[in-house]
Design a protein around this ligand. Structure first.
Ligand SMILES: [Ca+2]
Length: 366
């Protein structure tokens, strides 16, 4: 009998040993998609270990400063049509995120003029924010290296960084953040990361939109090349959510219907997005790309985003928006690849059920 007992104990131990790694692997896999050696999702990578730990109800909230060129509902000043609504999606999604604490919001020029962006920041906070958030007016034009001036947004961001380290979501031109780093370089180490919407892999990675196709600008980068250059030179951790990722996500009329669920923020954004959607449909697309929401989504749920470490640099090439122009017309490009440059994290794809996850992030109570 004794030998049977020993065999039984041995069998039990072997069973436990065999089960443990299996269970550990299952729980890890159930959290995110399995990364292969060349692609990583937020879960399990070491680029921003602290920020990309699996989201847990008791985890401390991520402290975020939002710098935005909100233009929801605005008509364009310089040509026919409406301005982009995507900043509205990013800000509203952050309002609804349980794991995000917005420390402040600052306005920057870009999609529209600074006064409009500032007014819309105040409007979104007063109407839809679940908690009080201070709002500041930032730069109205690109950085002038010959005359570096400060503004309320830069000073407020500096003050907030002196109190505590934080992440900056800069979804307009990088002007305010660039000014901050020029005036207060000592605060660079207090910035956990800056998440921006810009960049591409090659000079001919055109931002193709519409049917017939036209080339869209890399607007945030084009409006202030130096803002980005300063970020790289100061060694700040930069995450890019470029056209390559947002062009894989589409919002359609059906999505706007679903978004309009009787909560004030959703109803407002859905309605204000209609003319913008119409503009894209008139251009031959099925919907529109909500560019900036990929950047806010990265902060809220990095496991939904596919990314890889690359290096970024500025290079001059022929202007892709005026290739048919007889004149020699060149511009700066923000190129990201594996050759030489400043280390960045490059977000380029989403998980297969991303669209469902995105819509779900808006269909919450507040
Ligand atoms: Ca924007």
């Amino acid at each position: 009998m004794k030998i049977y007992k020993k065999v039984a104990v041995l069998f039990l131990m072997l069973t436990l040993l065999a089960t443990f790694p299996l269970e550990a692997k299952t729980s890890w896999r159930s959290y995110g998609t399995t990364p292969d050696p060349t692609t990583i999702t937020g879960a399990g990578k070491d680029f921003t270990e602290a920020e990309t730990e699996p989201t847990h109800p008791i985890a401390p909230k991520k402290k975020v400063w939002v710098d935005t060129d909100l233009a929801v509902g605005m008509k364009r000043y310089h040509r026919e049509g409406y301005s982009d609504v995507d900043d509205g999606y990013a800000v509203l999604q952050l309002f609804k995120a349980d794991n995000i604490d917005i420390i402040g919001i600052s306005a920057v020029f870009g999609n529209t003029r600074i006064d409009d962006a500032y007014r819309l920041c105040k409007e979104m906070v007063s109407e839809f924010s679940p908690y009080p958030i201070p709002v500041y007016k930032g730069a109205g034009e690109r950085i002038d290296l010959g005359q570096v001036e400060t503004n309320n947004a830069v000073e407020a961001m500096a003050e907030a960084l002196r109190k505590e380290p934080m992440t900056i979501l800069a979804i307009g031109p990088a002007t305010n953040v660039g000014l901050l780093l020029l005036r207060y370089p000592e605060l660079a180490s207090r910035i956990q990361e800056v998440v921006l919407v810009a960049g591409r892999r090659t000079p001919t990675s055109y931002f193709e939109i519409g049917n017939p196709v036209y080339h869209a600008p890399d607007l945030n980068f084009d409006l202030d090349n130096d803002g980005f250059r300063i970020l790289f030179q100061r060694g700040v951790k930069v995450v890019l959510c470029p056209f390559e990722i947002s062009n894989k996500v589409w919002l359609t009329a059906k999505d706007l219907d679903q978004l309009k669920n009787g909560t004030p923020g959703n109803d407002w954004l859905s309605e204000k997005s209609r003319p913008w959607l119409q503009q894209w449909e008139d251009g031959g697309d099925i919907g529109f790309n909500p560019f900036d929401v990929l950047a806010s989504h990265y902060l809220i749920a990095p496991e939904d985003i596919v990314m890889e470490p690359l290096v970024a640099r500025l290079e001059i090439h022929k202007n892709d928006m005026q290739l048919k122009d007889e004149q020699q017309n060149f511009k700066q490009y923000l190129l990201c690849d594996k050759s030489e440059g400043f280390p960045i994290l490059y977000c380029y794809d989403v998980v297969p059920d991303y669209h469902e996850r995105l819509i779900k992030s808006f269909l919450k109570d507040n």
